[in-house]
Design a protein around this ligand. Structure first.
Ligand code: AGP
Length: 586
């Protein structure tokens, strides 16, 4: 969840760290901090708020040095306070650490360190790391062994960086169940939890595997396993090197990414034919298939279930990644796990994949981030090809996931994909943007909002509700339209907004009956459809796109509605409170 970056260079690293941190801010953004070695001491600057605010208020620009580390935080242990921001220092300020993850046994370690006289300045789990390393140094260990020895006592999932005051030419990095990547450039080397942190400077990267430690200098690096044996890892060339992480002319990343769908859906629909064939062969050869994902990726899985079942008679079960453990006894060599994830780093997803692999199942994935842990753990991966997504709310990656799923479904059945028709329809749906902004204003004081849809439209109702909750902080529920009368209808009263996903497919007439039931109770219905009906208080026209492809065009107005609702309610849609883009803790 947190973002970490370190850099060893032959030029000043402060601007590089600030920039790298901003590019990772989407991972977590309640506080941030920097530690820079000025040739003599490690100077630390940290505080609560966004990176820009901290840089401005704490005079970071007066810092200079050729080696440093930085951190953007999403609080897990310890409140959002300046003291709890990283880096954390050891008592004698010889050791500085930035950390992403959780140290599960920190309470026991802290108690034992305090008994030895260590004084803690924060209430985080992280702070045990620098104190523990200091203890190892005091016991006579060299720097590398102090790190390795400390690591052997830590339980949990983590990646962290260590900067020593008396070693101003190198950083140490440790990886266990959280990503850590070395970036190699002409002017120096990086260590970061995300390639976006250094992509501007280099496309050459080395991915640490689990249970590895690295020592990174300006022009070299060494990797060891936790036993201290040296290991070799090859250098990868990153495929996102040419993509800039900028908002372009848009006010927010979220809006930019919504608009990018004009191109990204078509890009994701262009899957390599051989890759698709291999992927489908594996699906067809499995005894049973589980699709797993979290949040938006789970919703994409629900669409996949509908298509695979209805088109290819391929039954699959879709499971929330965080609930997968319940299925462990059913997993064996005949099982295929299809993991869907934008980031490829979601802890719940990786944990399910680990369970499945241990029981001999095959793992396939649909992923956006090419170099992610999930992609590297999978036997086969289909990529979304839609570039980095920075807005915390998944938008373009959801429709790209759907596009890849359509490609798979079309290989498994006789579904034909008319790329030109879809591209035109997606372009056309952008015509409703002003109307969605108007509707967001019209309902800007509503406390609740309901989304209904049947069949393949049901997961889109869930997705519309998730978007509105996460970026506009409006209580929202997505429902299978037929379920409304089984309870939730009791909540529909005068003026309550209900968004009905009701395209001209086989669900049309039944959903219209549900709309009538809502109207009879005073609900205000926004009908999203290619057919107008007088029951709708507001009609949002979407193009006719062929009955199975409606999800692609009906979700875009919902994304716009959530985006403009966030603006109406004074929220920054790119950085919703309490959330992080990549959820790397369980
Ligand atoms: C989507 O808008 C959310 N930010 C969130 O639900 C997200 O989809 C979920 O955390 C899964 O992430 P992943 O696709 O990177 O695994």
């Amino acid at each position: 969840m947190c973002g970490i970056i370190g850099c060893v260079s032959d030029v000043d690293v402060v601007e590089v760290l600030i920039d790298g941190l901003k590019n990772m801010e989407y991972r977590g953004y309640d506080s941030a901090g920097f530690g820079v070695h000025d040739g003599n001491t490690i100077r630390v600057c940290k505080g609560v708020g966004r990176v820009d605010e901290i840089v401005r208020s704490l005079d970071l620009k007066s810092f200079s040095g050729k080696i440093g580390l930085a951190h953007t935080r999403w609080a897990t242990h310890g409140g959002v306070t300046p003291e709890n921001a990283h880096p954390h220092l050891s008592c004698n300020e010889e050791v500085a650490v930035v950390h992403n993850g959780i140290i599960e046994n920190y309470q026991a370690l802290k108690a034992s360190l305090e008994a030895k006289g260590h004084r803690f300045r924060s209430t985080t789990d992280t702070e045990v790391i620098p104190h523990l390393i200091e203890e190892k140094l005091k016991a006579g260990k060299n720097h590398r062994d102090a790190v390795l020895d400390a690591v052997r006592e830590l339980k949990g999932s983590y990646a962290f960086l260590v900067l020593f005051r008396d070693l101003g030419d190198r950083l140490y990095g440790v990886r266990k169940d959280a990503p850590l990547i070395i970036g190699l450039s002409e002017r120096g080397n990086f260590l970061a939890s995300d390639v976006l942190a250094f992509l501007k400077h280099t496309n050459k990267a080395v991915f640490l595997e689990n249970l590895e430690v690295t020592e990174v200098k300006r022009d070299s690096y060494i990797i060891w396993n936790f036993e201290g044996e040296e290991v070799q890892r090859s250098v990868s060339t990153l495929v996102w090197e040419s993509m800039t992480v900028s908002k372009k002319e848009f006010t927010h990343y979220t809006l930019k990414e919504i608009h990018e769908q004009r191109e990204t859906i078509a890009l994701a629909l262009r899957q390599d034919s051989d890759d698709l064939d291999r992927f489908c062969l594996a699906l067809q050869g499995a005894d049973r298939i589980y699709i797993i994902g979290a949040g938006t990726s789970y919703h994409a899985g629900l669409v996949a279930k509908h298509l695979f079942l209805n088109l290819a008679k391929l039954p699959v079960e879709v499971i929330l990644a965080s609930e997968f453990e319940d299925y462990v006894t059913l997993i064996d060599e005949g099982t295929l796990l299809l993991a869907i994830s934008q980031s490829g780093e979601t802890a719940d997803v990786l944990s399910a994949v680990n369970i499945a692999e241990k029981r001999g199942a095959s793992v396939l994935s649909i992923v956006n981030t090419p170099s992610s842990t999930l992609a590297r753990m999978s036997e086969q991966t289909l990529y979304l090809n839609c570039g980095p997504e920075v807005g915390v709310a998944a938008t373009k990656t959801f429709t790209a996931q759907l596009a890849v799923i359509y490609c798979i479904a079309s290989r498994l059945s006789n579904l034909s994909i008319d790329l030109i028709k879809i591209t035109k329809a997606v372009e056309e749906v952008f015509g409703v943007e002003r109307q969605m902004a108007y509707l967001a204003q019209a309902f800007s004081t509503s406390k609740d909002c309901y989304f209904i849809g049947r069949g393949i439209n049901y997961p889109i109702a869930l997705e519309g509700a998730l978007k509105l909750k996460e970026i506009a902080y409006v209580h929202a529920e997505g429902l299978a339209a037929g379920e409304l009368k089984h309870g939730t209808l009791a909540l529909i009263s005068e003026g309550v907004p209900v968004i009905a996903l009701n395209p001209r497919d086989k669900t049309y007439h039944d959903t219209l009956s549900n709309v009538a039931e809502i109207k009879a109770r005073g609900g205000r219905v926004i009908g999203i459809s290619d057919v107008e009906n007088s029951l709708y208080d507001y009609y949002v026209k979407i193009p006719s796109v062929g009955k199975l492809f409606y999800p692609l065009v009906e979700v875009i107005p919902l994304q716009m509605f959530a985006y403009y609702s966030a603006l109406e309610r004074g929220q920054n849609p790119d950085y919703p409170r309490n959330l992080a883009k990549s959820v790397t803790v369980k």
